[in-house]
Structure formats: structure tokens, C-alpha cells
Design a protein around this ligand. Structure first.
Ligand SMILES: Nc1ncnc2c1ncn2[C@@H]1O[C@H](COP(=O)(O)OP(=O)(O)O)[C@@H](O)[C@H]1O
Ligand code: SF4
Ligand SMILES: [Mg+2]
Length: 342
């Protein structure tokens, strides 16, 4: 490592004092420009996540869940302009160079996506891919990297890891491939794991197994998890805290127990109430009230949910409700919050 690289590594090293949030996102915004269009994909997202906890980010398709988490990882195309703040272990992520973000990615923050088939290299054996991930983060010889790779496959409970080690991704089931992706993500011992619809493509049983695995790994390794999903049931079962997004904004945020006991935001209520949770198909799109989410190229001046909201008044159409902590640990953005859970 050169002196310059060592200095860079030191500059991006993460501290996490006890009691301090590991991740603090404040008024995060992402705008895409190009071809005469401007897409306001993320329009003020705020949340906090402490070490070892799980935060679910919930919202309909297109609400900015993936874009906001890719912004944290520095994984957006050059057409994206990111503003606001995202502090990770006290370090500002917004505005970091690609080179610094590459260092943080994998080592401190790792991501698992919905489609492991596309994230894995189809022409490379599983074992080689994990070994490569191990060596990208640790200065170890081939033998030690191999042993660590097998250990990681055991950690994610891949059946017959020694044999699977020599197989190609297409020889594995979807659930097994997702386990391999989690093993790769854990190779750098990240403090934060972002799982973006990581179990969405799996059948219900496999989905539950993967979620149990993540919960167990979290317990053992103390990893904080951002669980991105369009499935409120998943959030209710596995998250400590929940942030609900609409049109790129946080609209409700609270500890899961508090949120599900007393929903305040009409949009969250619509998500919860449309179909009883237990009767819903496991991978069904979020049930919502009729109507479309707003056009992100022309956001309305008032509450973006107003055209679909049964509680909307004139005020809602002209004034944007602030996202604020109206009750201890319970944040929402609404002029006329629900009084009781339906
Ligand atoms: N590279 C891009 N260029 C322009 N718009 C984009 C790009 N990536 C995503 N978007 C837009 O940003 C919005 C939020 O997308 P996304 O975060 O993927 O939603 P979600 O993950 O909640 O389904 C969508 O309207 C999407 O079309
Ligand atoms: S601010 Fe008005 S339109 Fe928006 S969610 Fe609340 S009641 Fe509905
Ligand atoms: Mg997404």
C-alpha cells in the first residue's frame, strides 16, 4: 500500500461510538438529469440506524428505495446528483470520490440484491468467487482465503459446502445462490448490510429461511441491516424500525412495534389495510389505494399522496406537510394524521 493509499484508508476509516447511530441519513435527495428530463427520485429521506439493528425501508415500486440505498453505496450513474447528508460511523458519504467509495463498499457496507443470478459470475465456480471476495478485503494467502471461503459457506448454511465450492451458479437453486451472495457480502465483515428485495424472488419457505439466517448472522456478527422491501409483513416480522417512503420521501418512521400499533400516516394505513396481511400472496405487489404515484418529473406543491388520500383537504393540495417527530420516536409527514388504526 502506498503512502497515499494508506492516508486514504485512514481518512475513510469508520468509528462507531456506543449509543451513536451507525447510519444517519438526513434530507437525502437524488435527482437524475438527462434527455431534457429531470427525475426527482429521492426528495428528502431521513432515518437513523444503530449498530446491530434492522431498519425496513418500505414503499411501492418506484418510491426511491433502491436509488436511496445505491446513493449510500456510491453506486449511481453519473447522471445522478446526490445531496443532503448520509453519515456512516460519523463519516459523510455524500460527495465521496469513487475511489473512496470503493474502499467503503464491501469492507464497511455491503449490499445483496434481488437477483443473485445476475450478481454472480456465471462462468466462475462459487468457491472462486467467494475466495476472490475474501482476498479483496484481507491480505491472506490462497490457502487461508480458501478456508475462510468454506467457513463463510458454512456460516450461511449452504448444504455440502465443500462440494458446492466447485460448482457453478447455475447448478444451485435460487435460495442457495442467495446464500452465496450473502457469503460474498459478509466476506469483508461489513458493519452494514443492505438487502434490496433480497428474498423477493424466492418461494415463501426459502424466503423465511433466508430471513432467519440474516437475523441469526446479525445476532452473531452485530451487523446492522437495511431491509428494503415492498412487503410490510416482512417488515413487521423482522425489522426493529420501519421507514415508509412515498414519492422519494420518508412519510412515516417509527420502531416497528409503535408503527404497527398506531399508524398515523394515511398512506401507511392504506398499505396495511387494503388486504389483511395474512391473506395476501407472499410476493404480491403492495396493496394500495387506487391511483398512481405522482410523476417524479413534476412533483405537486402539496402532499404528493393527496390525489389518492381519503383524508385530503384543500390545504393538502397546496402545502407540503413537514416530516417531523410528532410523538417521541414516531415521525410522520401529514396534516391530518389517522387517529386510530383501522
Ligand atoms: N438511472 C436512472 N435514471 C433516471 N431515473 C431513474 C434511474 N434509476 C431509477 N430511476 C427512477 O427513480 C425512481 C425511484 O426508483 P427506485 O429507487 O428504483 O424505486 P424502488 O426501488 O422503490 O422501486 C423511479 O421513478 C425510477 O424510474
Ligand atoms: S397530508 Fe393530507 S393528503 Fe397527505 S396524507 Fe395527510 S391527509 Fe392525506
Ligand atoms: Mg427497488
Amino acid at each position: 500500500m502506498s503512502v497515499e493509499e494508506a492516508a486514504q484508508a485512514a481518512a475513510v476509516s469508520v468509528r462507531n461510538e456506543p449509543g451513536e447511530p451507525l447510519l444517519e441519513v438526513e434530507d437525502l435527495r437524488v435527482r437524475f438529469t438527462g434527455r431534457g428530463r429531470r427525475v426527482n427520485a429521492v426528495n428528502g429521506l431521513s432515518y437513523r440506524l444503530a449498530a446491530g439493528r434492522t431498519l425496513a425501508v418500505i414503499g411501492e415500486s418506484g418510491s426511491g428505495k433502491s436509488v436511496s440505498s445505491r446513493a449510500l453505496m456510491g453506486l449511481l450513474p453519473p447522471t445522478a446528483k446526490v445531496s443532503g447528508s448520509a453519515r456512516f460511523g460519523g463519516m459523510e458519504l455524500v460527495g465521496r470520490s469513487d475511489r473512496q467509495m470503493r474502499r467503503i463498499r464491501g469492507a464497511d457496507i455491503a449490499m445483496v440484491f434481488q437477483d443473485p443470478a445476475r450478481s454472480l459470475n456465471p462462468t466462475m465456480r462459487i468457491g472462486a468467487q467467494i475466495t476472490e471476495a475474501v482476498r479483496a478485503h484481507r491480505k491472506v494467502d490462497r490457502k487461508a482465503a480458501h478456508d475462510r471461503a468454506v467457513e463463510l459457506l458454512q456460516l450461511v448454511r449452504l448444504p455440502a459446502p465443500e462440494r458446492r465450492f466447485h460448482e457453478y451458479p447455475h447448478q444451485l437453486s435460487g435460495g442457495m445462490r442467495q446464500r452465496v451472495m450473502i457469503a460474498i457480502a459478509l466476506a469483508g465483515e461489513p458493519k452494514l448490510l443492505i438487502a434490496d428485495e433480497a428474498t423477493t424472488a424466492l418461494d415463501v419457505t426459502t424466503q423465511a429461511q433466508i430471513m432467519e439466517l440474516l437475523a441469526e448472522l446479525q445476532e452473531r456478527l452485530g451487523t446492522a441491516i437495511v431491509l428494503i422491501s415492498h412487503d410490510l409483513g416482512l417488515a413487521a416480522s423482522y425489522a426493529d424500525d420501519v421507514v415508509v417512503m412515498y414519492a422519494g420521501r420518508a412519510v412515516e418512521y417509527a420502531p416497528a412495534s409503535k408503527l404497527f400499533a398506531r399508524v398515523r400516516m394515511p398512506y401507511t394505513e392504506a398499505l396495511l389495510g387494503a388486504i389483511p396481511r395474512l391473506e395476501r400472496e407472499p410476493h404480491a405487489e403492495l396493496p394500495v389505494t387506487p391511483g398512481q404515484p405522482p410523476d417524479l418529473t413534476r412533483l405537486p406543491p402539496g402532499c404528493p399522496f393527496a390525489p389518492r388520500c381519503s383524508r385530503a383537504t384543500d390545504e393538502c393540495h397546496t402545502k407540503l406537510p413537514p416530516f417531523a417527530e410528532h410523538e417521541p420516536a414516531h415521525w410522520w409527514a401529514c396534516w391530518h394524521p389517522c387517529e386510530e388504526t383501522a
